[in-house]
Design a protein around this ligand. Structure first.
Ligand code: SAJ
Length: 427
């Protein structure tokens, strides 16, 4: 049985590792976090992802998955570590560098190294190859290297791991073909083979496309409020055109991918990446826009010192991930205002901010304004009649078009929606 060593057991590395362990490979999962390794060795997952526990249980039962804080010899090494940005919005390569260096002592002739992390174009050639050359193996002949970027969406990781098409950028053709051989054990989508730097570019521009498109939607939302138009309706009608696909507005763009990757392009060529830069700034400005809206609503309704109940702390619906979440930014900004703040998220089981509570009723009770920041199913299913009576003032600001305006108005609520100029008194 061939052996795979996966470096980094986060949101991508762990699902990928257990997937291979369920498809005919012996897998060693490596992470620097002792907490993650301890939990996993007891069969417990440290991240929330539908299906993950089942795949892990199965691999552990079959004995095809083990974990450690240090790598071992293997046939293939997968690097799936974070590639965040610094405060100066430049790529922080330290995890890629240390993960690559950590496998060098274990590399043998015929091995394959695959980078899955999203990185600035040229990282494999300029950062990884010089480190891998320390193995004294000849690149592309004795050691094979490729970049096969992960493209799965949190919440649907296992479905997308199997069904999405897969880009493989090889150092040379043989590297790409060897990579395909491993992944085709479970990938049903098409394989597209290219060179490493193009593969890096493809991954980064996919997320940048989404960021630019969301920035466009956010701009439309602000304009729609002034024009007496409901942006959500306008965008969905425009999307009936066969060649239009506008994304949706919201309180900001979060996560460790879309809010990060466009900077990899801006950093390299800021004089050229103008639309990309402006989109980042537009999306990063949405938390402030949302906070100003909340303050304006309390002024309009003449509520001094309002009790504001924020619903949703994760960066998007039905996941537990709060990384780069616009909600966290909004909560932080609100904590500096003259308001009584309470926050709740059914997916975030440990309190992450002082305002957070684990009880929904406790969060809602006596509040003046409820602000929906994440469209968790939990929130879209709220019966407004049940909560109206718990509140001081039944006012709601919906930033994700998560609730039905009429249903909430019938329950006595004053309803504000981000991007909805119709029936929106904030004009
Ligand atoms: N968002 C909007 N409006 C929209 C869509 C999203 O405001 O119309 C916001 C979300 O609320 C969230 C953020 O954007 O805060 C990002 O969410 P997302 O669902 O668009 O993307 P991620 O970050 O979960 O996953 C993306 C995916 N990339 C693309 O769809 C091109 C995924 O396929 C990648 O694998 C992932 O980035 C990654 O790891 O790079």
């Amino acid at each position: 049985m061939k052996k795979i060593c996966v470096i980094g057991l986060g949101y991508i590395g762990l699902p990928t590792a257990v997937m291979f362990a369920n498809h005919g490979y012996q897998v060693l999962g490596v992470d620097v976090s002792e907490r993650a390794i301890n939990l996993l060795s007891k069969g417990q997952v440290h991240i929330e992802e539908p299906g993950l526990q089942g795949y892990l249980n199965n691999a552990l039962e079959q004995g095809t998955f083990t974990v450690s804080t240090t790598p071992e010899e293997a046939d293939m090494f997968i690097v799936a570590v974070p590639s965040p940005i610094t405060a100066e919005k430049t790529a922080d390569m330290k995890y890629i560098e240390s993960a690559t260096a950590s496998i060098v002592p274990f590399l043998k002739k015929g091995n394959l190294v695959v980078l899955e992390s999203t990185v600035p174009p040229r990282t494999v050639m300029d950062v990884m190859i010089p480190i891998l050359e320390q193995s004294k193996l000849e690149m592309g002949i004795e050691l094979f290297i490729s970049h096969s970027p992960e493209r799965v969406i949190p919440g649907k990781v296992f479905e997308e791991l199997v069904n999405n098409s897969r880009i493989i950028g090889g150092f040379n053709l043989e590297s790409a073909e060897r990579t395909k051989e491993f992944y085709q054990s479970f990938v049903k989508g098409e394989f597209h083979i290219t060179d490493v730097t193009t593969a890096e570019m493809v991954k980064v521009i996919e997320n940048t496309f989404r960021d630019v498109n969301i920035a466009f939607a956010n701009e439309l939302a602000k304009m729609s409020e002034n024009l007496g138009v409901n942006a959500w309706e306008a965008i969905s009608l425009a999307n009936h055109h066969p060649r239009v696909n506008i994304h949706y507005p919201g309180p900001g763009v979060g996560g460790h991918c879309i809010a990060v990757d466009p900077w990899f392009l801006v950093e390299k060529q800021s004089e050229l990446a103008k639309i990309i830069y402006l989109s980042r700034v537009t999306n990063d400005g949405m938390p402030k826009f949302t906070v100003e809206k909340i303050l304006e609503i309390s002024r309009l309704n003449q509520i001094d010192n309002p009790r504001v109940c924020v619903l949703g702390l994760t960066f998007k619906a039905n996941i537990d991930d709060i990384r780069e979440s616009p909600s966290m930014d909004i909560v932080k900004q609100l904590s500096h205002e003259d308001i009584d703040l309470v926050s709740f998220d059914p997916h975030v089981k440990e309190n992450k901010v002082p305002s957070q509570t684990q009880g929904f009723d406790e969060a809602i009770t006596d509040s003046d304004i409820v602000v929906i920041l994440t469209n968790h199913d939990y929130f879209t299913k709220i019966n407004p009649h049940n909560i109206a009576e718990l509140m001081n003032h039944p006012i709601v600001l919906d930033t994700k078009n998560a609730i039905d305006r009429k249903q909430w108005e019938d329950a006595g609520f004053t309803v504000y929606k981000l991007g909805d100029g119709k029936g929106n008194p904030v004009q």
